[in-house]
Design a protein around this ligand. Structure first.
Ligand SMILES: Cc1cc2nc3c(=O)[nH]c(=O)nc-3n(C[C@H](O)[C@H](O)[C@H](O)COP(=O)(O)OP(=O)(O)OC[C@H]3O[C@@H](n4cnc5c(N)ncnc54)[C@H](O)[C@@H]3O)c2cc1C
Length: 409
């Protein structure tokens, strides 16, 4: 039953918009959920690597703020998701990540080790504070430097100087997106409007007016509260409310290639190559592999308020070429890739937008892209703009935004 008279619009049916809509519907609100694409949760939240960050990668943030934020998000990821969908974490997790220190890394193993230890120590503190475990499975985390004689078992020592074996995991994002989509469609209080692009939001007395275009027709609706969770559309819509980002920003387009063949745990190591513009492999066992090589897969860069429509700009041939070139570079470093047997039909060479504050790339020591803690909710009366920051933070932020709308925080 609808308990609350507030009319709430959520702009963008991605991960954040979907989780927030489900949370608010459970709390008795009626939601209009706007989505410009023909289906919900098919953008960044669908194509991403699914890594539930424990802060290891953010060693360049000397204030430790990003790692702290990620660990808190990671502790809430599965337990908050369980508020909206049934999920067995064992069925979606990858194999654990190896952190492979690549030649030319911005930090060496001796410099990385104290940061990893700090993550382990903060995890203990946060775990006992929040009384939650990582992915609802693990009560402690770890990053152990392997003897150099073991490097060859995982990676090519010509490129990889050291390896830390960690207890960080990814979750398979497509499976989770499909569960959330089913929940959205089943929930009566959520009015999902696909093919509906939001053009602007403006104040109208105490209300907010949302102007959109649906199937070529212009529509106007009034709401008591509006949440902008459009990620690639965030700044363009914020701007219509007179809101600008805290400082310079960038949108990047990054390929997150999938090879959709079932794998055994020992067929491909999950690896993150640090620290700089390198890449990742992820073994999702029965659900296939993910791989990205940054120097080839980061194809787009924009500092405009709305980035180009990159999803529609590449031909299939161009996409497969990005995949093939990335695969070649990665297999030089992670030789197990050469043993996978698959055809091009098994490859899903998709990409997605990454919005972040900062406008110099990750090969720069000083780049703001090494820090991601200035993310989350910015509220301007009854208009709320959410920079999700990372997939890791989605379920945690969704509950926080719902609390904000109810005046709880
Ligand atoms: C290749 C890749 C790998 C990544 N890997 C990781 C990782 O391993 N771990 C991690 O924590 N994070 C990762 N990220 C980042 C993560 O994917 C994002 O931070 C997160 O998914 C953003 O969620 P969202 O709901 O804000 O955005 P989205 O899921 O993109 O949802 C936004 C929605 O808004 C819609 N929209 C946009 N403009 C409008 C408009 N004007 N009107 C109506 N609808 C609109 C879009 O169509 C979209 O459906 C990765 C990103 C990429 C691209």
């Amino acid at each position: 039953m609808i308990k609350n008279k507030k009319r709430i619009a959520i702009l963008g049916a991605g991960g954040l918009g979907a989780c927030l809509a489900l949370e608010l519907a459970q709390r008795g609100y009626q939601i209009d959920l706007y989505e410009e694409h023909s289906e919900p949760i098919k953008k960044a939240t669908y194509v991403n690597e699914g890594k539930i960050h424990l802060g290891f990668i953010y060693a360049m943030d000397k204030g430790f703020n990003t790692s702290r934020e990620m660990i808190i998000g990671a502790l809430h990821f599965i337990s908050n998701l369980k508020r909206w969908v049934e999920i067995n974490p064992e069925e979606v997790i990858s194999t654990p990540f190896n952190y492979c220190v690549h030649e030319g890394s911005l930090m060496n193993a001796q410099e990385l080790a104290p940061h990893y230890q700090k993550c382990v120590d903060f995890f203990k503190e946060a775990k006992s504070f929040y009384k939650k475990s990582y992915l609802d499975l693990f009560d402690q985390i770890d990053a152990t430097l392997l003897p150099r004689t073991k490097i060859g078992e995982v990676a090519n020592p010509e490129f990889i100087q050291d390896i830390f074996s960690t207890t960080e995991y990814s979750v398979e994002p497509r499976t989770i997106a499909e569960k959330l989509t089913a929940a959205l469609l089943e929930t009566p209080f959520i009015n999902l409007m696909v093919n509906t692009k939001v053009n602007s939001v403006s104040k109208n007395g105490s209300k907010l007016k949302v102007r959109s275009t649906r199937d070529g027709i212009k529509v106007e609706e009034e709401y008591t509260n509006v949440v902008n969770s459009t990620w690639n559309g965030l700044l363009e819509i914020d701007r219509t409310m007179g809101i600008e980002p805290l400082y310079s920003w960038s949108h990047r387009y990054k390929f997150g290639n999938k090879i959709l063949i079932p794998l055994k745990s020992d067929e491909l190591p999950s690896c993150t190559m640090v620290q700089g513009p390198f890449g990742d492999t992820v073994n999702f066992k029965g659900k296939g592999a993910f791989m990205s090589w940054y120097p080839i897969g980061r194809t787009g860069w924009s500092e405009d308020h709305r980035p180009p429509e990159w999803d529609q700009m590449y031909t299939d041939d161009e996409r497969y070429e990005v995949f093939s070139r990335s695969f070649k570079e990665l297999s030089n470093r992670i030789p197990a890739l050469n043993n996978l047997i698959f055809s091009l039909e098994d490859v899903s060479p998709v990409g997605g937008v990454i919005y972040a504050l900062g406008n110099t790339d990750v090969d720069n020591h000083e780049s703001k892209l090494h820090t991601r803690h200035e993310v989350g909710i910015r509220s301007f009366d009854n208009y709320h703009s959410v920079n999700t920051g990372k997939y890791t933070l989605i379920p945690y932020l969704a509950v926080k935004v719902a609390d904000r709308l109810e005046g709880i925080d």
